[in-house]
Design a protein. Sequence first.
Lengths: 144, 404
Amino acid sequence: MRLASYWRTRQQRLGLVGEICPHCGKPLFPPRDVCPACHGPAKEPYRFSGKGTVYSFSTVYSAPEGFEAYVPYVVALVKLEEGPLVTAQLTDVSKEEVSIGMPVEMVTRKLREDGDAGLVAYNFKFRPVLQAVIDEPVSLSATA
Amino acid sequence: MRGVALYIRSQTDRRLDRHLRDVSIIGIGQTPVGEHWDKPLRVLGTEAVRAALADAGVECPEALYVGNMLSGQLLGQENVGALIADHAGLSGIEAYKIEAACASGAAAFRTAYMAVASGLCDVVVACGVEKMTDTLTDETTGALVAAADAEFEGEHGLSFVGINALLMQRYLYEHGYDRQDFSGFAINAHRNAANNPNAMFRKKISAEAFARAKIIAEPVSLLDSSGIGDGAAAAVLASADWARAHGKRQVRVAASAAATDAVALHDRDDLLFLRAAWLSARKAYAQAGVSPKDIDFFELHDAFTIMSALSLEATGFAERGQGVRLAMEDAIALNGRIPICTMGGLKARGHPVGATGMYQIVEAAQQLLGAAGANQLPNCRLGMTQNIGGSGATVVTHILERAG
């Protein structure tokens, strides 16, 4: 990723900020300035909750240049609760556990490093929604 | 949908209103698809262009349109139109490179068609050429991702295989198929390629081989995917009047249509509906005055098996969710209800991306001229080609008709 593009897209990558159409109310991610539904201008910023479900996914074994070191990794289409689909990697989950419909939430993670001198690219990924464990107390004893 | 209605009407009315001229293919040429270590881009393009000109009996066309996707990224070479014109002995004529990702070839053909139909030119050449094996595989696959949304798809490590995997995974989920159900597409392609001397993979494959194939991006395996190769194909186009006056053998271009959709999968309202494929096919059927049942064979864009299923559905050969059934029932074989990939398709003839659309055109012309050898379809009159750029963002559809 080029430095200027990295800077330009920081709101989207780190804050999941898209836009909302002031005419028809359609939430848009990534931002596109013109509403694809009603064709009106749509430049109003809108922050998405980061909650969604897995719409489709794939475990990538043969990566394009720049991602060879990370295989296998899971890429998904996530359906955000506000409506749009977003492309992102899944994290904190093994590939066997992923299924369509699984609830996920956005987190900020390192996506890749561009060599020793290049950018360390951070971006959104999605992980399974964390659920507090209340029925089984965690033992602090190593021998338990 | 208002836009869609307007598009279709404008495309059908235009022929009547503006008196476009009839256009014919009068010559074709191609190189074998493969790993051409000994040949640079310019030589591949030159060979196809000169073969097509020789076939047409034409020495100097008025323009050359070259479909190519990756020359800049992989070879550091742009200005490919002028390069190939010069090396093919045509220096001086108008020449451009046309880029529309994997649909570059058919986009070049359509540009050539527009030049002749409009009356600006009488005789032109369309060529598709790609050189993909000078670079290592990960560099080439990295370049192919440029057909997707670089900032919001490619940035997440999504390969082009990965994009098709997302489509296939959702298709399996929604319609309840197994990945093995797609084997018929690959088996048919390899079976047909076995008889095509220009095909890259001329070995037949079995359902067992398909089941065992290495997974590249779950659920897409190596045998769902078309191969990386070099190649070039070309056609000479002329106005039908000019062709008649000069006694040329003709294949009529009955329809030429293009349409677009969102580049990124996540920007589409309906993931499993190739809207641009549907739209360009609708326009093409309207222009030619035909429907899917009139089409004798279909050279579709089988870059991945899932693309074959989705194309068959978008173009009206199958209901939604039923495209893969045509492969399961072998209705796509040479003697089937709707033969596809009659010379091996992208899967087995090979997929030199910017050249692929021109291979489809050349092979459809071979069928209509009775020059398809062992794979010749009996009594075919109408052949359709459909070239898809990206995961469905640019789609160019042509219908060719046997003359007489």
